[in-house]
Ligand binder design. Structure first.
Ligand code: HEM
Length: 478
């Protein structure tokens, strides 16, 4: 009997070993109908995630991960595995642009899908995607920025910078996160009870860590905390929306547009989609722009000639203002030529992580390779550091944009906001927030805490914060 169980056990073990070897073989040699880009899938499941996610210093514009692979494979396009998914990484600008145009299906890792929800409005069918893009543009496009948002952005950023000046120092990223949160709460939702605002604030804080994780949703993991916070935020938003839908009182501008849409015949928008859209809007605004602003402040602080020129520009704007008590106008914003050059250069310098994310529904033939359906595609704008396109690319030099188109957000050689059908809808909104913050900061004498470091790890990281020491005195600049 014992012998029988012994043989059965060895048969089972052999079967499991054979299956495991087969699975590992398939992991290392993924099937593809055409020619896959060169590369390695790394350890089963883990892939090359840890190397990819190792933070690299801000001054190192090419991550050691990328540098090693590009030189090993002699190709700007390679395959790998990250966060449990099969991934094609491309640093070739032509491939990135072609891919951005070929597919408008936003490619999200599983952890991102869990943050934003499986049924996220930006990850759904082409029609719904187009619809929510248009709807969001109505809120953050140039017309709305000019007529509805600039005054509030100006008022709130001035308050936050002045508050910081009164206390002598403040963390610029934290202040911007708070400011953006307050702005969206007011303009999107309208009046809200202070308890709901507080509770929502707690939910948003759960997302202030790397979004790129293994997607296991088990207690104790970051993804588990994301899912819990998303569900709670969605519940809170839904309660406020339903109450306002019934009363139609105290609506924010965006909620007003949303309710109008819901009432149309055959409306594509219901309460759940509206909640999802607003949630996405809150999270994206708070987690992108404040980080980029903080990185810009670091770049400006490290380059005193840039700081001087910025202060000159904003001093002139304030001096030329007839009514000294009046807020920032759209014309003044548009006249900030040097500030726009600083923002454009900073976006070139800070975006070395993927900006084109796709999951093709069919195999795509690009650059002599097949990008298989269902694989994630990450297009990285390494062209931002191409010596031929940008002479001396490792130098932060806003003047390189002098006389060029400082307002355009996309070209083959410049892709901080992505490209194609998923080009960032919030780019103009983000630029207005950054310029307005810089406008108010430039009225003061300030310096950056020398401990401030910026690391790249998919998103920008500030391990020692981004504290600005600021003097109360604005007189020298008025
Ligand atoms: C400086 C700040 C920002 C940067 C660098 C940035 C970057 C990007 C990039 C690279 C993409 C394209 C992703 C892809 O195609 O794979 C994108 C898409 C998107 N961004 Fe931004 N973004 C910023 C600010 C914002 C803000 C403030 C909002 C809020 C409205 C926003 C909303 C979106 C949305 C909704 C999409 C998806 C568009 C679609 O699927 O059609 N972004 N962003």
């Amino acid at each position: 009997m014992l012998q029988y169980y012994g043989s059965l056990l060895s048969v089972i073990i052999s079967f499991v070993v054979v299956k495991l070897c087969h699975w590992i073989y398939q992991w290392w040699n993924p099937k593809c109908k055409g020619k896959l880009p060169p590369g390695s899938m790394g350890f089963p499941i883990i892939g090359e995630t840890f190397e990819f996610m190792t933070p690299s210093d801000f001054s190192l514009v090419v991550s050691p991960y990328l540098e090693k692979r590009i030189s090993r494979y002699g190709s700007k396009v390679f395959r790998t595995s990250l966060f449990g998914a099969k991934v094609i990484i491309s640093t070739d600008p032509d491939v990135n642009m072609e891919m951005a145009k070929a597919s408008s299906q936003l490619g999200a890792t599983d952890s991102l899908r869990r943050i934003f929800g499986e049924n996220n409005v930006f990850l759904q069918s082409k029609e719904i995607h187009k619809y929510v893009r248009n709807l969001t543009s109505r809120f953050v496009g140039p017309e709305s920025l000019k007529t509805r948002l600039i005054q509030d952005i100006d008022f709130l950023s001035q308050n936050h910078v002045e508050e910081g000046a009164l206390s002598g120092s403040f963390d610029i990223r934290e202040a911007a996160i708070k400011m953006v949160g307050e702005l969206i709460a007011k303009k999107v939702m309208g009046e809200m009870e202070s308890e709901a605002v507080k509770e929502l604030g707690l939910c948003w804080s759960a997302f202030r860590t790397s979004w790129f994780q293994f997607s296991y949703n088990i207690p104790g993991t970051t993804v588990y905390r994301f899912v819990k916070a998303r569900r709670k935020a969605a519940r809170l938003l839904k309660a406020v929306i339903e109450k306002k839908k019934a009363s139609k009182e105290g609506l924010g501008d965006f909620l007003d547009i949303i309710f109008d849409e819901m009432e149309k015949d055959g409306a594509a928008l219901d309460v759940d989609r509206a909640v999802n859209l607003i949630f996405t809007f809150f999270i994206l605004s708070q987690e992108t722009t404040p980080g980029v602003l903080a990185a810009i402040v670091k770049l400006v602080a490290d380059n005193p000639n840039v700081m001087e020129e910025l202060q000159r520009e904003h001093e002139t704007i304030v001096q030329n203002r007839v009514d000294k008590e009046a807020g920032l106008t759209w014309e003044e914003y548009k006249s900030m030529t040097f500030t726009h050059m600083v923002i454009k250069e900073s976006l070139r310098f800070t975006s070395t992580q993927p900006t084109v994310h796709r999951i093709p529904a069919q195999d795509v033939l690009i650059g002599g390779y097949t990008l298989p359906a269902g694989w994630l595609f990450f297009g990285i704008p390494q062209v931002h550091f191409d010596e031929e396109k940008y002479g001396d690319p490792l130098t932060f030099n806003p003047w390189r944009w002098k006389g060029k188109d400082i307002h355009s957000t996309v070209s083959r050689d410049y892709m901080p906001f992505g490209a194609g059908g998923t080009l960032c809808v919030g780019s103009e909104f983000a630029k207005l927030i950054i310029a307005t913050f810089l406008h108010h900061l430039s009225r003061f004498r300030w310096s950056l805490d020398p401990k401030t470091r910026v690391l790249r790890r998919y998103m920008l990281m500030f391990p020692a914060g981004c504290k600005v020491h600021i003097s109360k005195d604005t007189s020298s600049h008025q």
